[in-house]
Design a protein around this ligand. Structure first.
Ligand SMILES: NC(=O)c1ccc[n+]([C@@H]2O[C@H](COP(=O)([O-])OP(=O)(O)OC[C@H]3O[C@@H](n4cnc5c(N)ncnc54)[C@H](OP(=O)(O)O)[C@@H]3O)[C@@H](O)[C@H]2O)c1
Length: 507
């Protein structure tokens, strides 16, 4: 697909460019777009961080980190000619004078005009000063664009903000206000790479392009929904970050990614596929998330932390022994939570969310468990009663599986569960694109569909904050409470067993 006509020339300015995300995700994603001819005809990428590099040294560093990703030397050369580097401290306004002059010179060289995409790829404490300096240096002209009678002809400046977006409702609201003082909401792209994953968008197609699913997608037929994001790795070298104020499974995964997945899974059909219409429906789900009562937290949430264990013959050290982690840390490397979405469609249907590190299998999926038939005709079924399920695998093995009951061949009437499988890779003979490529492309197009609105972020924080408060006030004395390489603490199984339910743990 060649969308060059819709893509305006632009300069991409990455703050924090000497860091991990730039070399591991952003540059590979932009290269991927370039090779698919999905970059604008005129573009430049400028990395900004404090360490000094020449343009060539910076390009070489990016190449060396992931050289397998750039097998075609000519393509890499052509692409990397668009990459530049400027050393500056983005928390110091004094550094913006030279930076602006360099950006202007590069804009002329690459014919990118005034369109500018700022990407905050740095630790969250630097977001606010960087945004304020972008404003103070008068690098945003979009206020004028907003007032213009012909907005399309005016240059745009957009900003992409990485996670974590705040560490509680107050800090998230504050960061939203800082952004709103400088950028219009339509130019703010709060990124969630989960939303860039193909299956999340496939879910919208599954639900809204088919007549067979939507009629049963509600409390009349669905018993409960499970959303899981488990990783097999522990914290590895990120112990200090993970044990800090923005770490832990509840903040790092459930609040940010899993509630987003839930909102797409649960929203009403939008009136169109325009970003604002989809966001309107998602926001309604966020507003309908029932905020748990503080005293009820032990009944609806479970925290876990991994101890020593093994996976596939590999020994995993306990979280507390990881570098940078407090040996008495209370940090949740596992969190599970039962929640409700108080709408007509979902009234009374529990949503179970869980996420953990050092678990038995890496998987992100959504499982819809259906209610039993109103009357059980088959005696076999009465014994086993396996619920019908729709399993949406977000990663790995992207696909959709439907589990239902089938007749076992033979004279005797016997019933057993069977599966219908849609495997994304086999079906289309193609790997889904990386989430970052999809999302960066959308920012350049000006499509906010897959980005979070400020209301979504603030509601998501409110939905988990009582749990975080309760955990903060009430240390748990049995941590670590699950062995690395298992499916998490037994308390999470008990949470399900209380309602005669069980976790869907793929083999
Ligand atoms: N890495 C990932 O896989 C990943 C995944 C999801 C989200 N994220 C998010 O993405 C962001 C970046 O992550 P990262 O892993 O790339 O972090 P990182 O490795 O710590 O890199 C951030 C870079 O910011 C630069 N920096 C620090 N202070 C600066 C300043 N005042 N002015 C300009 N540059 C400054 C540092 O380089 P200098 O010392 O050279 O200035 C550093 O290399 C974070 O918000 C993170 O939570 C990362």
């Amino acid at each position: 697909m060649d969308n060059k006509e819709q893509l305006h020339p632009c300069m991409i300015v990455i703050f924090g460019a000497s860091g991990d995300l730039t070399k591991r995700k952003l540059i590979p994603a932009l290269y991927d777009l370039y090779t698919r001819k999905q970059m604008p005809e005129h573009f430049a990428i400028v990395g900004v961080s404090r360490t000094a590099f020449s343009d060539d040294d910076f390009r070489q560093k990016l190449f060396d980190f992931k050289s397998d990703n750039y097998p075609d030397a000519d393509q890499w050369k052509a692409f990397s000619n668009h990459i530049h580097y400027h050393a500056a401290d983005s928390t110091k306004l004094a550094d913006f004078g030279d930076m602006k002059a360099r950006l202007k010179q590069l804009a002329d060289e690459h014919k990118t005009g005034e369109n500018m995409l700022f990407y905050l790829s740095m630790a969250p404490q630097f977001f606010e000063p960087t945004i304020q300096n972008i404003s103070a240096a008068e690098m945003v002209t979009e206020g004028k664009r907003y007032c213009s009678l012909d907005r399309q002809s005016k240059p745009w400046q957009r900003i992409v903000v990485e996670k974590p977006f705040g560490s509680d409702p107050k800090s998230a609201t504050h960061l939203n206000s800082v952004l709103a003082n400088v950028f219009e909401e339509t130019e703010i792209y709060r990124i969630d790479h989960y939303l860039g994953k193909e299956l999340v968008q496939n879910m919208m197609v599954l639900r809204f392009a088919n007549a067979i699913f939507e009629p049963i997608w509600n409390q009349s037929y669905i018993d409960h929904v499970q959303i899981t994001a488990s990783e097999t790795v522990g914290v590895e070298s990120r112990g200090a970050y993970y044990d800090g104020p923005t770490g832990g499974a509840m903040r790092d995964m459930i609040q940010s990614h899993l509630l987003q997945v839930l909102s797409v899974m649960a929203m009403e059909p939008p009136v169109s596929l325009k970003a604002e219409d989809i966001r309107t429906e998602k926001i309604k789900i966020f507003k309908a998330m029932r905020v748990p009562k503080y005293d009820d937290v032990p009944n609806i949430a479970v925290r876990g932390q991994y101890g020593d264990g093994q996976l596939g013959g590999k020994v995993i050290k306990s979280f507390r022994e990881s570098e940078g982690v407090n040996p008495e840390s209370q940090c949740d490397t596992y969190a599970a939570m039962k929640m409700y979405v108080d709408t007509w469609r979902w009234g009374g249907v529990p949503f179970y969310l869980r996420s953990g590190k050092a678990m038995a299998k890496k998987v992100t999926n959504i499982v819809l468990y259906f209610k039993p038939t109103p009357h059980i005709l088959f005696r076999d079924m009465a014994k086993q009663r396996k619920a019908n399920q729709i399993v949406i695998n977000v990663q790995p093995d992207e696909g959709i599986r439907i589990r239902f009951e089938g007749k076992v061949p033979g004279h005797k009437l016997a019933v057993k569960d069977v599966e219908l499988d849609f495997d994304y890779v086999k079906q289309w003979n193609a790997q889904p694109p990386d989430g970052y490529a999809t999302l960066l492309y959308d920012v350049m197009l000006g499509d906010q569909t897959l980005f979070k609105h400020r209301d979504e972020i603030e509601c998501a924080w409110h939905a988990v904050q009582p749990v975080l408060d309760y955990w903060q006030d009430n240390p748990q004395f049995d941590l670590p409470n699950y062995a690395a390489g298992t499916w998490g603490p037994s308390a999470a199984d008990i949470l399900m067993a209380q309602s005669n339910r069980y976790w869907h743990n793929p083999k």
